[in-house]
Design a protein around this ligand. Structure first.
Ligand code: SF4
Ligand code: SF4
Length: 172
């Protein structure tokens, strides 16, 4: 595969751009990744290698390779070179979202954060566990502030566009 200068520029211009160069492919990230443990289709090491070389693999066919990361941060913790892998993976996810190839579940989570201030609202089992740990069962979320931020970064417009597209798809 050829290197894509525009893809490489976007990765290297992310705020941790210089760190990625220190990856020496030791595979410690793969060895400790819980997602890689269940599927070889997801490999943090390979994602870093492709990003480093500028091989643009962001496409509908590579959704799992991009969105498989659960952001558990284990790879960040074990990387001997302190490469901020999850930050780089967020850049890849944003590239995929810009191409409108992110999974529907991600769009649903974005909507939940916008509407309720959290991706996972407090359900009765969560409230019970919080109570058992001595935490208040409920807490107020600054939904207005979350919405103001999402509006400022253009997420509200994107969400409205995606909702219209999903409706059209349903009606087709
Ligand atoms: S653990 Fe760090 S240095 Fe090793 S392959 Fe992964 S990103 Fe590269
Ligand atoms: S943050 Fe993502 S890539 Fe890193 S170990 Fe967790 S699931 Fe794997």
């Amino acid at each position: 595969m050829m290197s894509d200068p525009e893809f490489k520029k976007q990765i290297y211009e992310s705020y941790m751009h210089s760190a990625i160069r220190y990856c020496y492919q030791c595979a410690r990230c793969d060895e400790n990744c819980p997602v890689h443990a269940v599927t070889a289709e997801y490999s943090p090491r390979q994602n870093i290698l492709r990003s480093l070389l500028g091989i643009n693999f962001v496409s509908a066919g590579t959704r799992l390779a991009i969105f498989g990361c659960t952001v558990c941060d284990t790879c960040d913790e074990v990387c001997p070179n302190k490469i901020p892998l999850t930050h780089i993976f967020s850049v890849l996810k944003n590239m995929a979202a810009a191409k409108n190839i992110s999974p529907d579940s991600f769009k649903g989570q974005g909507k939940a954060v916008h509407d309720q201030g959290t991706a996972i609202p407090i359900s009765p089992p969560i409230a019970r566990r919080r109570a058992a740990m001595g935490l208040p069962e409920k807490y107020d979320l600054p939904v207005n502030e979350v919405q103001a931020v999402m509006k400022a970064v253009g997420f509200e417009d994107k969400l409205a566009k995606l909702t219209i597209e999903a409706k059209k798809k349903e009606e087709a």
